[in-house]
Design a protein around this ligand. Structure first.
Ligand code: MG
Length: 254
């Protein structure tokens, strides 16, 4: 069941989203070769707690994992797709790192992800980052009343395919509100003009995950980290977006 949000609820969600955006900006500013992923995690947690919010992922029980997620953020490097656990891993020059941040503030959730290069990176990384970002923006452009959910999914798949990338099919975007994951599921592929109509008050976390190689993924023994089966790189961007009577509002951008 899709839960539609009032304008007042969307205002609260905007505050949660802005906190997520600020955390991501801070992390972007400290990413450099030699730092550990747990340093990023600690930095994010300090900011979230200082704003009287809660890290949304910490302690989360996933649909696969029976182990609560141990980190505040998900940090996924190179062939890791999503849900990487922060730890002692050191970031090296030329790595591609995706950071997913979720918070709960005043009863509502905000959720966004950005991918960054560590130091200088090759053309391959530049291209997958640009294409995934473009796919997210194409999808957001479809978030207007009267369109259908499939228009979002199709926009992502089309942008990926025209640039030679595959999309991950086993993980999807989602509705978001008082729960981090609500209906509907937002697939990163599929036909246009199908699925539920987009109506005022729907709030979606849209999250294209693009792979350099095949779309197949597997989950590591830690029961969280999702990696590409072929070991090629993957990229992830995400924003929380509200459909309003005046078009769409991206809640997780400043
Ligand atoms: Mg999400």
């Amino acid at each position: 069941m899709i839960i539609y949000k009032s304008e007042d609820e969307i205002k609260i969600m905007k505050r949660a989203g802005e906190l997520v955006a600020n955390v991501l900006l801070k992390l972007e500013s400290i990413i450099k070769p030699g730092i550990t992923t747990e340093f990023l995690d600690r930095t994010a947690e300090e900011i979230i707690i200082s704003r009287n919010a809660k890290p949304a992922f910490k302690g989360y029980l996933g649909r696969i994992s029976k182990i609560p997620f141990p980190g505040t953020i998900c940090v996924s490097v190179n062939e890791e797709v999503v849900h990487g656990i922060p730890g002692k891993r050191i970031l090296y020059e030329g790595d591609l790192v995706s950071i997913d941040v979720g918070v709960q503030l005043d009863g509502f959730f905000g959720d966004a992800a950005r991918s960054y290069k560590v130091g200088r990176a090759g053309n391959k990384i530049e291209k997958i980052m640009q294409t995934t970002w473009d796919a997210l923006n194409d999808a957001i452009d479809k978030c207007v009343e009267g369109n259908r959910l499939g228009d979002i999914s199709h926009a992502i798949e089309s942008r990926a395919a025209t640039n030679g990338f595959s999309v991950v099919k086993d993980f999807v975007g989602h509705g978001i509100g008082r729960n981090m994951h609500e209906d509907p599921q937002v697939l990163n592929y599929g036909p246009a003009h199908q699925g539920p109509l987009l109506k005022k008050g729907i709030v979606l976390a849209i999250e294209p995950m693009l792979n350099e190689g095949e779309s197949d993924i597997e989950v590591l023994k830690d029961s969280w980290t999702v990696v590409t089966r072929d070991g090629k790189i993957s990229c992830h961007f995400e924003d929380t977006v509200a459909v309003t009577s005046k078009g769409s509002t991206i809640l997780t951008r400043l």
